[in-house]
Design a protein. Structure first.
Length: 94
């Protein structure tokens, strides 16, 4: 496979996962907030769902988004042979 083609596939997969995680972020941040009154009918641990998402759920989901992106990109980097710049510095290239 040509290097340019591999880079294009790598970048496309990166953009796809980034787009998916941004959609999830948007849903958690804006859609849940917009429908907070309607979601108040549901309870989580005795709290209205809208309040729970603002106080506990959203920060937890944000941390999961960041963590899942890091894990996915590490695996993608390994699959495509992409290395961090610190690896080059260790080898004496600056």
């Amino acid at each position: 496979m040509l290097i340019e083609q591999r880079q294009r596939i790598y970048w496309r997969r990166n953009l796809r996962v980034t787009g998916l995680l941004l959609v999830l972020w948007f849903l958690v941040t804006f859609v849940v907030t917009y429908f907070a009154e309607e979601l108040a009918e549901f309870t989580v641990l005795g709290l209205p769902f809208g309040f729970y998402m603002a106080a506990q759920g959203a920060p937890l989901i944000y941390a999961l988004i960041v963590g899942s992106y890091a894990v996915y990109m590490n695996r993608l980097d390994q699959a495509y042979g992409v290395r961090e710049s610190l690896d080059n510095e260790r080898e004496g290239h600056q």
